[in-house]
Write a protein that binds this ligand. Structure first.
Ligand SMILES: Nc1nc2c(ncn2[C@@H]2O[C@H](COP(=O)(O)OP(=O)(O)OP(=O)(O)O)[C@@H](O)[C@H]2O)c(=O)[nH]1
Ligand SMILES: [Mg+2]
Length: 355
């Protein structure tokens, strides 16, 4: 049975001007009545899912809507406590044409219309599944539901990436988190092998809405869907080596999800630090307010932050919704003019690639 009750109605708009809405009702500005549980599949006249899409699924109260509200809407984690069950899928548009869909929770797969979802939901080269598990809940039942979803999904799209968010890990010790992840990973791999399901594209993430783990996990999901990701990665690698930088992120400003980074390993702590730095810069200078929609270089913000020790952070705005954040060490990063010149060239290239 799908949980009933009032869902979230109407369209919402974030700072980038993108709106989040129930499908088929994008940006009407009108509030809507929540639909019945049966509305979760596409009905006649309902808008088709976007070509580049991320599907958030999982059991009721696993935390799907909370994760997306915190990332896309800037909702404070504690404000998600009284969150109502989702009764109709909700779309969250992202930059570069990617849409994230929040589906109602499923606790009895056979009785819901999830079992009838097919290529229109799971199909396509640019579709990715995120399955959210409540690490403090009934993991076994959640995994059984997940296998049912994977069976249906792989029957129409055998290569669909499966991203398992082991959520609500706040309050757990580091050791316990690792144990839970290892246990879930072993169980999933064993069952998938036994059932001859494709486990090549399965990834596991430990997440909580109380820190940046949700943003980092979504960044890793998104990168497979970003148009021309390999080209972006190549130019960011070249930017790093030519400018002697340690790390470069291409951030979506409003969500702090990174769309691309250079190919060096990403330290989660470095990513968290970068997110917080961006927030501080935004708070201090309202980074994008000066940007009036043109791609005139003069309107783009450039910020250099010198840190204690040798690290310097260079933030270079690409357009109204993307920014480069680069980290490097003195003395080479001291050459601000070289960085600025290279940053400008890279920003130009990114604008062309993601046009
Ligand atoms: N401690 C903790 N609680 C969380 C976390 N994420 C979500 N929650 C809580 O879990 C409850 C359910 O969250 P929802 O976001 O409504 O869950 P959902 O998966 O969207 O539920 P349905 O819409 O019914 O499918 C809320 O009270 C949230 O505050 C988390 O990371 N940690
Ligand atoms: Mg929900």
């Amino acid at each position: 049975m799908i949980s009933s009750g009032n869902g979230r109605g109407g369209a919402r708009r974030n700072s980038t001007g993108l709106s989040y809405a129930h499908d088929g009702l994008v940006d009407t500005g009108l509030s809507t009545e929540a639909g019945s549980a049966a509305d979760i599949t596409q009905s006649k006249g309902e808008e088709a899912l976007a070509e580049r899409r991320i599907l958030f699924m999982g059991m009721p109260r696993s935390g799907k809507t909370s994760i997306l509200d915190v990332i896309f809407d800037g909702t404070q984690p504690y404000d998600t406590l009284g969150m109502l069950p989702t009764v109709q899928r909700i779309m969250y548009p992202m930059v570069t044409g990617i849409s994230v869909y929040d589906f109602p929770g499923v606790d009895d797969y056979a009785e819901t219309q999830y079992s009838t979802f097919s290529a229109s939901v799971y199909g396509g080269e640019y579709t990715s599944l995120v399955y959210v598990i409540d690490s403090q809940g009934d993991i076994q039942t959640s995994l059984s539901t997940m296998y049912s979803i994977i069976r249906t999904a792989q029957s129409v799209n055998v290569d669909i990436p499966i991203n398992i968010f082991i959520n609500k890990v706040d309050g757990l010790s580091e050791e316990l988190k690792q144990d839970i992840q290892q246990d879930i990973q072993n169980r999933v791999m064993k069952t998938m092998t036994y059932e001859s399901l494709n486990s090549t594209y399965v990834q596991f993430f430990l997440t909580t809405i109380f820190d940046e783990t949700i943003r980092e996990a979504l960044s890793r999901v998104v990168r497979r869907l970003v148009p021309r990701y390999t080209t972006l990665e190549t130019i960011l690698n070249s930017f790093c080596s030519k400018s002697s930088l340690d790390k470069v992120f291409l951030f979506d400003i409003s969500t702090k999800v990174y769309l691309a980074t250079d190919s060096s390993p990403t330290d989660p702590l470095l990513y968290m630090f970068s997110c917080h730095t961006l927030e501080i810069i935004e708070d201090m200078g309202s980074m994008c307010t000066a940007y009036a929609g043109s791609e005139d270089e003069a309107g783009l913000q450039k910020t250099v932050v010198g840190m204690a020790g040798n690290t310097k952070i260079f933030v270079y705005q690409v357009n109204s919704y993307l920014t480069l954040l680069c980290l490097g060490s003195l003395p080479i990063a001291r050459q601000d003019s070289l960085l600025e010149f290279n940053g400008s060239k890279i920003a130009q290239a990114i604008r062309k690639i993601l046009r």
